[in-house]
Design a binder for this molecule. Sequence first.
Ligand code: SF4
Length: 344
Amino acid sequence: MKEAMLWEKVDGEVRCNVCGRRCIIPEGKTGFCGVRKNIKGRLYSLVYGKACSTAVDPIEKKPFFHFAPGSRSFSVATVGCNFRCDFCQNWMISQFTGEVKGTELSPKDLVTMALNNHCEGMAYTYTEPTIFLEYAYDTMLEAETKLYNVFVSNGYMTKETVKLVAPHLDAINIDYKGSEIFYRKLCSVPGVEPIKETMIEMKRRGVWVEVTNLIIPGYNDDPYHIEEMAKFIYQKLGPETPLHFSRFHPDYKMLDVKITPLETIEKAIRIAKDVGLYYVYSGNVPGHINENTYCYNCGELLIERDGLRLTGFNLGEDLLCPNCGSEIHIQGKRWIPENLFKGS
Ligand code: SF4
C-alpha cells in the first residue's frame, strides 16, 4: 500500500483525479476500480508492489508494430480496472472482487527481472495501468535509463495523469472501442471524450501512439462508426498512426456472440485505408496478410509477421521504402535478427 498521487480533499471526502471518473470516495471506501481507498481522509493505492501477472512478451503482442520491432517487453499488471467491459479477455484479474492479491515485487525487482530476462522494455498492460499509476510510475522511473516504457491502456485518464506519465513513456497503445453508446452499454463508461483527449495529448507530448479497435459483431462493426473512428485518427493523430482491427473471440459475459467474421475485419481495413491511414492491421488472425507492413505509397512488402513473430524485415537503417523511397514510420531502436533482413 502506498499513498496515492493526484488526489484532493473535498468536503471531508477525497477525490481521485487519476482517471476520467474522478471518484469522490468516502472514508473507508474504495473508488470504482476497487484498488484506491480513502483511509482516514487520505487516498492510498492498495495494489502498489502487488503484481498479479508478469510475463515476457514480444512487443508485437501488445500490439505495437511500429515501436521497437523485434524487442521483448517485460509485462506487468495488478488487479483492478476502471471499466466493466462485458467482453473483457482478462476479466479474472481486471474484475476482481475481495482481497487484493499479487506477488510482492518492488519497482526495482521488476526492472531486475526484465533485465535478467533479456528484455528491452517494460510494458504496463493486461489490466489498466492508470489504476496502478503509482506502481507503474515508480517502475518507469527505475527503468527509464535502461529500458523503454510502454502502456497498453483504455485511455480513460485525466489530463493530470497524462502530464505526469508522458515524459517517462515511450509509446502507448490505446484501445479505442467505439461509439459513446458502445462505451455506455458495454463498458459502463459515461463518455468517450477523455479517451480522445488522451490520444491527442499523448501524441502532442511526443509519445508514440498506436490504436487498437476490437470489432464485436453486431455491436461496433457498423461501417459508419469505423469510418468516423478512422477519420478522427487521421485528422487528430496523423495518417502515420497505426490502427489494429482485432478479431473478437467470445469471452466473459459475451459467450453468445460469435467470432468476428474475417470479411468484417477486411472491410474495416479497407475503410480505414480509404480514409487515408498508412498502416492498418488485422489482429487475432494469425497468418493474415494484413499482419504485414506495406509501403503506403507503392505497396512494397516491408515487414513480414506471422502471428506475433517477425519473419522478414525489408528496411535499412534509413527507414525508407527500398522501392519508392517513402519514409516509413518506425520508432525506437530495432531488434531484428540478421537472418530476417531480405537478401541476407
Ligand atoms: S482510478 Fe479508480 S478511484 Fe481513481 S477515479 Fe478512476 S475509478 Fe475512481
